[in-house]
Design a protein around this ligand. Structure first.
Ligand SMILES: Cc1cc2nc3c(=O)[nH]c(=O)nc-3n(C[C@H](O)[C@H](O)[C@H](O)COP(=O)(O)OP(=O)(O)OC[C@H]3O[C@@H](n4cnc5c(N)ncnc54)[C@H](O)[C@@H]3O)c2cc1C
Length: 244
C-alpha cells in the first residue's frame, strides 16, 4: 500500500512563488491550519510529496526536495524544474498561485546530514541542488563543520541559487567552499576531478544529487578512489527513468 493511502495528508497554502531562472520555480509554503504546522516539521535534505489536482478527479502525487533550512529559513519551500509535457510540474508552473491550498504528505526521506564530524562534501547538478542547498545552509547554521559544494549547471541561468550560494560562501570564508562548474564552458564533470576533490576533503559521508548519469559517474569515481559505497548518500532530482 502506498504511503499516500496510509498517512493522513496535511494542508498547506502557497505563500509565494519565486522564479529561480530558466524553468525553475520555488514554492514557499505555509501550514494552512495550526495542527498542520507540527506535521510539517522537517530535517534538512528531506522531501515533501504534493497531491496535485491534474485533473481534479485524478490527482497525481509528486515528490519535491525541500530547499529551505529548518533552522535558518522561516518557511518551508520546494523548488521545481518544469519537465516538458509532465503533468505535475506543468500544473505547478501554470495553475498554482499564491493563496491556493494543497494537500501534502508530511516531510520524509533519509538524505539528511550524518551525525559525524568532518567536512560535508556535496555534489550537485542542475535542480539536484535543491536538497543540497538545504543541507549546506543547515551545516553552516547548526554545526561548525566545513562544507565543500561542487555544483554543475549548463550555464548560469540553469544553476538555481548560485547567487545565494556565493553569498553564503562570502559569509563563511573559512568554512564554505563553492565550485560552480559551468558545463557549457568547462565540459562535463569527470571522474579525475571527483577523485581530486575527494583527496583534499576529510569527509565521512558524500552527498550526491543530480540526473541519473551524473550520479552514477560521481559514485563510480568516489568508490574507485576508495570511498565506501555505504557512505555515499543520493537523492532523486527528476522524473523516474521510463520503463522500456
Ligand atoms: C524523492 C524525490 C525528490 C524529488 N525532488 C525534486 C526536486 O527537488 N525538484 C524537481 O523538479 N523534481 C524533483 N523530483 C521529481 C518530481 O517528483 C517529478 O518527477 C517531476 O516534477 C516530473 O513530474 P511531472 O508530473 O511533471 O512529469 P512526469 O509525469 O513524471 O513525466 C516526466 C517526463 O516524462 C514524460 N513522460 C511521462 N510518461 C511518459 C510516457 N509514458 N512516454 C513518454 N514520455 C513520458 C513527460 O512528458 C515528461 O516530460 C523528485 C523526485 C523524487 C522521487
Amino acid at each position: 500500500m502506498s504511503r499516500a493511502a496510509t498517512v493522513p495528508l496535511v494542508q498547506v497554502s502557497i505563500d509565494r512563488i519565486v522564479s529561480e531562472g530558466h524553468d525553475v520555480k520555488t514554492f514557499v509554503l505555509e501550514p494552512a491550519t495550526e495542527p498542520a504546522s507540527k506535521r510539517l516539521n522537517y530535517l534538512a535534505g528531506q522531501f515533501l510529496t504534493l497531491r496535485l489536482p491534474v485533473p481534479a478527479d485524478r490527482p497525481v502525487m509528486r515528490s519535491y526536495s525541500i530547499s529551505t533550512c529548518p533552522v535558518s529559513d522561516p518557511r518551508l519551500a520546494v523548488t521545481v524544474k518544469r519537465s516538458p509535457g509532465g503533468p505535475g510540474s506543468n500544473w505547478l508552473f501554470e495553475q498554482a498561485a499564491p493563496g491556493m491550498t494543497l494537500d501534502v504528505l508530511p516531510p520524509a526521506g533519509y538524505f539528511t546530514l550524518d551525525g559525524a564530524d568532518g567536512e560535508v562534501l556535496l555534489f550537485a547538478a542542475g535542480v539536484g541542488i535543491t536538497p543540497l542547498y538545504s543541507l549546506c545552509k543547515y551545516a553552516l547554521a547548526a554545526s561548525d563543520r566545513k562544507v565543500y559544494l561542487h555544483y554543475s549547471g549548463r550555464h548560469r541561468d540553469a544553476t538555481p541559487f548560485a547567487t545565494a550560494l556565493e553569498h553564503l560562501e562570502r559569509s563563511h570564508p573559512a568554512r564554505m567552499r563553492l565550485d560552480l562548474w559551468m558545463t557549457g564552458t568547462h565540459g562535463r564533470l569527470d571522474g579525475t576531478t571527483v577523485r581530486n576533490i575527494l583527496a583534499t576533503a576529510d569527509a565521512p559521508t558524500v552527498y550526491v544529487c543530480g540526473p541519473a548519469g551524473y550520479q552514477a559517474m560521481v559514485i563510480d569515481a568516489l568508490v574507485a578512489a576508495g570511498h565506501p559505497r555505504g557512505s555515499i548518500r543520493t537523492e532523486s532530482s527528476g522524473p523516474a527513468p521510463r520503463r522500456p
